[in-house]
Design a protein around this ligand. Structure first.
Ligand code: ZN
Length: 240
């Protein structure tokens, strides 16, 4: 059976001498895996289609575990993401998010377009890559059912609240009075940056670093998975 997909290559593993097994996030069927043959040979015609970040139209034959890519026409390679280490980890995190958090049998046009938009922004705009990633994660978490509630609780006037606490079990923020056992105190700058992000206001680079740490903490605890590229990005902050 021949099929046509609009897809984004999330990653691949080597198979045999010259082949690869790709994980492709498709608009039509969600996550699929497909073999692509001969791509490790010099001058292979479909080599471009076997690289992470490749956004293309794919032609496949076979079904399910036996799909083979027989043709591809490039839409966008997002090549410039590889030329900057921050962009690279932020882009890598976008790919990894879907691989780890989208169930195999789910079609998500929303997550697909969030991913493509995020990668476009990393490639072609001058926006801080960490801002692109933080916004992607906030929106993508909501698409996969782990949305955050980025606002104050309603118990007291906000000016009477001095501390804020984040409860990963429901992704919400509370004051000292309302917080549950186990909620973790967050820096006022983290909360400020989260709010500014969702309302489209200016954010600082140090605020973004803190937000990314919070998102990493949330994903590890709530979604019980680790996005390695986010960890790499955080270790880059420490080493600088
Ligand atoms: Zn409260």
């Amino acid at each position: 059976m021949q099929e046509k997909f609009t897809g984004l290559v999330l990653g691949g593993v080597n198979f045999g001498e010259n082949d690869k097994i790709l994980t492709i996030f498709t608009l039509e069927k969600g996550l699929i895996t497909a073999k692509i043959k001969g791509v490790k040979k010099a001058g292979a015609k479909l080599k471009f289609a076997s690289e992470p970040f490749c956004f293309a139209e794919f032609i496949t034959t076979g079904t399910l575990a036996k799909r083979v890519v027989t043709g591809a026409s490039l839409i966008e390679s997002f090549y410039s993401i590889r030329e900057d280490i921050h962009k690279f980890f932020c882009g890598g995190a976008i790919l990894e998010f879907t691989r780890k958090l989208l169930r195999e049998d789910i079609v998500s046009k929303e997550l697909f377009s969030l991913s493509i938009e995020g990668l476009k922004e990393l490639s072609f705009s001058n926006e801080n890559p960490k801002k692109v990633l933080a916004l992607f994660l906030i929106n993508a978490l909501s698409v996969v059912g782990y949305g955050l509630t980025i606002k104050d609780c309603n118990c007291l006037p906000n000016e009477e609240k001095t501390k804020r606490f984040f409860d990963y079990s429901n992704g919400a923020i509370y004051c000292e009075k309302c917080k549950s056992f186990g909620a973790r105190e967050i820096n006022p700058l983290t909360f400020e940056t989260l709010k500014n992000l969702v309302f489209g206001k200016e954010v600082s680079s140090s605020g973004l670093d803190m937000v990314i740490r919070l998102l990493d903490y949330y994903i590890s605890n709530k979604c019980e998975t680790t996005i390695k590229s986010v960890k790499e990005l955080i270790s880059l902050q420490i080493n600088l």
